[in-house]
Every structure is written in structure tokens, then in C-alpha cells.
Design a protein around this ligand. Structure first.
Ligand SMILES: NC(=O)c1ccc[n+]([C@@H]2O[C@H](COP(=O)([O-])OP(=O)(O)OC[C@H]3O[C@@H](n4cnc5c(N)ncnc54)[C@H](OP(=O)(O)O)[C@@H]3O)[C@@H](O)[C@H]2O)c1
Length: 324
């Protein structure tokens, strides 16, 4: 099978031929139809992510496809079932091994590109806003990086949970994408005085921060009493430092949320969340935004789009299986 390989950290990926893998007990092999890219793929390629697979490795965290082979003594959906799966790595290949317990059978009307783009972005925002921050109807939610993969789903889910949503993103085009996802107020992240703009809107109850850097400090200062700040990611490359005295004086909470971590310590929370989200999708309540779909052989171009902040929502790689 063809697969994209990281052979040296920080180096461009190479397209390579690998033997077709055989599933072991508890595993299936998927024929991959679509792979969604994540900022984490860039970090993993560069050796800067919290998970560091041994070299060489095939990146790719989330896929959709069909069950092609089932390992011995394994209970799994029948061969040919359309599924999505979250993986530690390995998705950027024509076929991949996945634990049978992680497969998400797809609603009939869900296309492969939506399915691949679904688990991480929606899963992270739902766990963060619902399970962690307990966002309430009528509260004000600020999303930093609101047109990115996870950010845009936070806008959509926040709106669905009844919040008033303030979206911060760079440039008119990305702000329009956030508005279409339901944002009530738009702030260009390149404009100065984020804190003043937030105060003028009455302050915020919950902050969803996928960016880090100075925007986190401004958001912290604009929080209302009992505000909750979700540290989701540091796309800016700058990890915020939290002044604990301000947390005390304003009764604020800063919360970290690593979606993948739940697979290890409370997988049932993650599974229940994904079930809820797929239910919302099936009834037309969620609409994944994919700014770019590129074929498998154009992966380097797709990674460049993500790196250069030219995408909004998700970037998805499609394979011939998607057309079957
Ligand atoms: N905690 C978790 O479980 C979890 C799950 C998924 C992702 N994440 C993290 O969340 C962050 C976003 O991930 P994603 O997959 O949504 O990425 P993405 O689609 O590339 O979105 C990142 C957004 O960050 C903004 N940004 C600001 N400064 C940037 C910079 N210097 N370089 C690149 N982007 C910058 C960009 O928006 P503008 O151009 O509008 O500023 C971009 O839309 C990453 O740090 C990722 O590791 C965390």
C-alpha cells in the first residue's frame, strides 16, 4: 500500500510503499476513504507534539473508511461497514489498523469527508464546553482561533448550547466563516485592544482558547466573575503563563482539556460525547466545514495550507475508496 512517511523530524514527508498490515486480536484493517488533517500533524512531523511515535512513522490521526479485514477473535462491525476512527497515528495510508473498540459506524447519509473531519474537532469542543466548562444557556463564550478546525466547532456547539458567541479570527474571510457557523459577534484577531473590545461586549463567561499567546491574557482580563478559561491549544506557539492572583481575586478557573487523554483514563466520557454529537449530526444540527479537499498525492500542499493559516474548518485528504 502507499503511505506517507515521516523519516526525519522536521523534514518533508515521503510517499512510500509499505506491506499491507494484518489486524491482530481486537483489531480491524480499514480501507481508508478520507483522512482529516490536524494542527497536531504538523507538530508530530516536527517532533513538537505531546505524543512522539518512533521514527519512521505514518502520521494521520483520524480517518473514515470501510472495514476490510477483522483480526482473530475480534468482535467488530461486519466487513464493508462504513466507519470513522481516531488513531494515534497511521491514517495517511491507503489502509490502516484500528482497534475495533474505537470504530464509529456512520449514519447512512454521512459522507466520508464529514466523517473523517468529525471526531477530534467536534469531540474536543463538546467535551471542553459541556463536560469541562459546563457552559450554560445565556452565557457569553469567546472562541479564540474561531475559524480553525477545533475553533469553528466550538462556535457551532456553543451556539447550540444556547450561548452568545464571540468569535476571534484573522481577516474578513475567516470571520465570515465563523459568522456562518453561528457567531453573534466578530473580532479580527489582528486588531489591537482585544481586552477593550471584549469589555465593550460586556465581558465573557467562558473562553475557548486554541491559540495561546497574548490573546489568552486579554481574554483572562475580560472574564466575568466565575469565568472559565479552557486551554485547548497553542497554535501561536506561545504557552500562556497564568497569574494565580487574578484567578483568586476574580474567582476564575483555568482548565486544560486534552481530548485524546480521555481515551486512556475515561474512554466512556468520550464515547458518550461522540454518540451525542453523531445524533446531532444525523438530525441536521451540525455541519462540518471543510475549506479544502485534496487527493492523497497532494498531501504536502494540504499540510502547507494548514501551516500557512490558509484553511478554515478542516482540510481533508480523499482517497479512491471515497468514490466507491
Ligand atoms: N486539546 C485538545 O484535545 C486538542 C484537540 C485538537 C486540537 N488541539 C490544538 O488546538 C490548536 C488548533 O488546532 P486545529 O487542528 O484546529 O488547527 P487549525 O485548523 O490550523 O487552526 C488553528 C488556528 O489558530 C490560529 N492561529 C493563530 N496564530 C497562529 C499561528 N502562529 N500559526 C498557526 N495558526 C495560528 C489560526 O487562525 P487565524 O489565522 O484566524 O489566527 C488557525 O485557524 C492546536 O494547537 C492543536 O494542537 C487541541
Amino acid at each position: 500500500m502507499k503511505a506517507w512517511h515521516v523519516t526525519a523530524l522536521g523534514a518533508p514527508l515521503t510517499l512510500t510503499d509499505l506491506p499491507l498490515p494484518e489486524p491482530g486480536p481486537g483489531e480491524v484493517r480499514l480501507r481508508v476513504a478520507a483522512v482529516a488533517l490536524n494542527f497536531a500533524d504538523l507538530l508530530m512531523r516536527d517532533g513538537k507534539y505531546q505524543e512522539r511515535p518512533a521514527l519512521p512513522f505514518v502520521p494521520g490521526l483520524e480517518v473514515a473508511g470501510t472495514v476490510e479485514a477483522i483480526g482473530p477473535d475480534t468482535s467488530a462491525p461486519p466487513l464493508g461497514t462504513r466507519v470513522a476512527a481516531f488513531l494515534g497515528a497511521g491514517g495517511l495510508a491507503e489502509a490502516v489498523i484500528a482497534p475495533a473498540s474505537r470504530l464509529l459506524p456512520l449514519p447512512e447519509a454521512m459522507p466520508y469527508d464529514h466523517a473523517a473531519a468529525f471526531p477530534i474537532a467536534y469531540g474536543t469542543s463538546h467535551l471542553a464546553l459541556d463536560h469541562k466548562a459546563r457552559l450554560q444557556p445565556g452565557e457569553t463564550l469567546l472562541v479564540l482561533g474561531a475559524a480553525g478546525g477545533v475553533g469553528l466547532t466550538a462556535v457551532e456547539i456553543g451556539k447550540r448550547m444556547g450561548a452568545r458567541v464571540i468569535a476571534s479570527a484573522r481577516g474578513a474571510e475567516k470571520l465570515a466563516v465563523a459568522q456562518a457557523a453561528g457567531a453573534d459577534h466578530l473580532i479580527d484577531s489582528d486588531a489591537p485592544e482585544l481586552k477593550a473590545a471584549l469589555k465593550a461586549l460586556g465581558g465573557v463567561d467562558v473562553v475557548y482558547d486554541a491559540v495561546g499567546g497574548p490573546a489568552f491574557d486579554a481574554a483572562l482580563s475580560a472574564c466575568k466573575p466565575e469565568g472559565r478559561l479552557l486551554a485547548i491549544g497553542f497554535a501561536s506557539g506561545q504557552v500562556p503563563q497564568v497569574p494565580a492572583n487574578l484567578l483568586l481575586v476574580k474567582n476564575l478557573s483555568v482548565m486544560g482539556l486534552y481530548w485524546g487523554g480521555y481515551l486512556r483514563f475515561r474512554p466512556e466520557v468520550l464515547t458518550a460525547s461522540l454518540r451525542t454529537l453523531l445524533g446531532w449530526y444525523a438530525t441536521g444540527g451540525l455541519c462540518p466545514h471543510i475549506s479544502h479537499r485534496l487527493p492523497f498525492d497532494r498531501l504536502p500542499e494540504a499540510l502547507d495550507l494548514l501551516q500557512a493559516r490558509k484553511s478554515s474548518g478542516k482540510v481533508v485528504i480523499t482517497l479512491p475508496e471515497a468514490r466507491r
